[in-house]
Design a protein around this ligand. Structure first.
Ligand code: SAM
Ligand code: SF4
Ligand code: SF4
Length: 387
C-alpha cells in the first residue's frame, strides 16, 4: 500500500480561467516629443483611433465574450485603485490627439457601469486636435442602461453611439446575453438614443452559426423599417478573441454567406468606405432606405489599414486586439515621488511604441492556423481590452 509520502501531487490548473494579462514596462524617454499630428507604425499605418476601456465589469455574460462559467462569482475584477482616473484617461487622450488620434471610443466591459461616466465624456469632449477640431467621440454599449442614461450622455458631449444587440427574439437574445436580459429594453434604449440625437446609431450583431443566424433577416427588416438610414446594422463575424470563449471556426458564419442570405430578401449595392481604416464593408439597400455593414474580421482580414490602439482600464496600451501583453502607460502617469514625467516624454514613448508596431494577427491567421496549444501565450480578453 502506498504511503502518504509516496504520493505524487499533480496540481490542477483550470485552463479556462483568464490569467491577468502580462505587461511590458515602458522606458521613460530622456527627450520629449512635441505634437507630431501623425505617427506611422512599422508598416506605414497611422494612429487615428483610440479605444478606451473604462471598466472590465459587465452586467451581461455573452457566451462569446464573458462566459458565465469562467466569469463567475469567484472571478476577480480589477480593484478600484488600479483603474485609470478620469484625469489620467483625459491626459493620455490629449497626448494621443496631439499625435494624430482623431476618434475616441469608450468601451469595456459595459462602459455605462462606470460611475459618473458623463464627467469623463465632458472632459474628452473638450479636447482638440492640433488643428483645433473636436475629436469624434463615441461609445459602445450593450444598451441595458441606455434608456436611463442617453440624455445625460448627449448633454455631456457624446456625439453618437454603437449598441450591441444579437437578435430580436427574446429566447435567442437571452441565451446569448446569458443573464435573461430582455430585447425590449435594448430596443427602448436605441429609441431613446435616437430621440435625444445620439446619431447616427450603429447596431452591432455578433453572428454565431447555429445560435442566432435565424435573427439576421428579422434584424435587417426591423432596423430598415423603423429607422431607414438613421441606424446602420453591422453583422460581426464571431471572433477568436481571448482564451475563454471556446471559439471554433465552424461557429463562424462567413460574411459572404450572410450577404447571400440577405440578398434573398433585399437588393443590396456595395458602397465606398466612409473613412480609411474602416472595419465594416458597406452595403446599401437599392431603394436608398439605409445600409448595413459586414465586419469580416475572420474571413477577410483588414489589418492592412488598421489604425486602432486600445487602452485597457488599468492603463495598458495594446496595439492589436489579439495581443498577449500591453504596454504599461499607467506607470508613466504615476511615477515615483519627485520624478514627474512630462506630456512630451509620454508622447515620445508613444511614438516609439507605435513606430515599432507590426501587428497583423488576422492576416496571419488567414494564412495559417495560429497556435492555440497550452504553450501558446494567452490572448487578452475582449471585455478587458474593449471591442
Ligand atoms: N459591453 C459593450 C457591448 O457589448 O457593446 C462594449 C464592450 S464589447 C467587448 C464590444 C463589442 O465587442 C460588442 O459589440 C461585442 O458584441 C463585441 N464582441 C465581444 N466578443 C466578441 C467576439 N468573440 N467576436 C466578435 N465580437 C465580439
Ligand atoms: Fe458584456 Fe459587451 Fe462582453 Fe457582452 S460583449 S459580455 S455586453 S462586454
Ligand atoms: Fe488591427 Fe490586430 Fe485586428 Fe489586424 S488583427 S485589424 S492589426 S487589431
Amino acid at each position: 500500500m502506498a504511503r502518504m509520502s509516496d504520493r505524487v501531487v499533480i496540481p490542477l490548473l483550470d485552463e479556462r480561467k483568464p490569467a491577468r494579462p502580462g505587461s511590458i514596462a515602458v522606458p521613460v524617454p530622456a527627450q520629449g516629443l512635441a505634437a507630431t499630428g501623425l505617427l506611422a507604425d512599422a508598416l506605414g499605418r497611422p494612429l487615428r483611433d483610440l479605444r478606451i476601456s473604462v471598466t472590465d465589469r459587465c452586467n451581461f455574460r455573452c457566451s462569446y465574450c464573458m462566459p458565465k462559467e469562467v466569469f463567475d462569482h469567484y472571478h476577480q475584477f480589477l480593484p478600484q485603485a488600479d483603474l485609470l482616473s478620469f484625469e489620467e484617461i483625459t491626459r493620455l487622450a490629449s497626448i494621443f490627439a496631439a499625435h494624430g488620434v482623431r476618434k475616441l471610443r469608450l468601451t469595456g466591459g459595459e462602459p455605462l457601469l462606470r460611475r459618473h461616466l458623463e464627467r469623463l465624456i465632458e472632459m474628452l469632449a473638450a479636447l482638440r486636435t492640433p488643428e483645433g477640431e473636436p475629436l469624434d467621440l463615441t461609445l459602445t454599449t450593450n444598451g441595458s442602461l441606455l434608456t436611463k442614461k442617453a440624455q445625460a450622455l448627449k448633454d455631456a458631449g457624446l456625439q453618437r453611439i454603437t449598441v450591441s444587440l444579437d437578435g430580436l427574439d427574446d429566447a435567442v437574445f437571452q441565451r446569448m446575453n446569458d443573464v435573461g436580459f430582455p430585447v425590449a429594453e435594448v430596443l427602448k434604449g436605441i429609441e431613446t438614443a435616437q430621440a435625444v440625437g445620439l446619431g447616427p446609431i450603429k447596431v452591432n450583431m455578433v453572428v454565431k452559426r447555429g445560435v442566432n443566424e435565424d435573427q439576421i433577416l428579422p434584424m435587417a427588416r426591423y432596423f430598415r423599417d423603423n429607422y431607414g438610414g438613421s441606424v446602420v446594422l453591422r453583422f460581426i463575424e464571431y471572433m477568436d478573441v481571448g482564451a475563454t470563449n471556446g471559439w471554433r471556426m465552424d461557429e463562424v458564419l462567413p460574411s459572404r454567406e450572410l450577404l447571400e442570405l440577405l440578398r434573398q430578401d433585399f437588393e443590396l449595392l456595395q458602397l465606398d468606405p466612409s473613412a480609411p481604416g474602416e472595419t465594416a464593408e458597406r452595403w446599401g439597400y437599392a431603394d436608398g432606405r439605409g445600409e448595413i455593414g459586414l465586419i469580416s474580421s475572420v474571413t477577410q482580414a483588414f489589418c492592412g489599414d488598421c489604425n486602432r490602439a486600445r487602452l485597457s482600464t488599468e492603463g495598458k496600451l495594446y496595439t492589436c486586439l489579439f495581443a498577449h501583453q500591453g504596454h504599461d502607460l499607467r506607470a508613466l502617469l504615476r511615477p515615483a515621488a519627485g520624478a514627474a514625467i512630462s506630456d512630451a516624454q509620454i508622447g515620445a514613448a508613444l511614438a516609439g511604441l507605435w513606430g515599432r508596431r507590426d501587428d497583423r494577427y488576422s492576416q496571419l491567421r488567414a494564412a495559417e492556423t495560429p497556435s492555440t496549444g497550452s504553450d501558446a501565450p494567452r490572448r487578452v480578453e475582449m471585455h478587458y481590452i474593449g471591442g
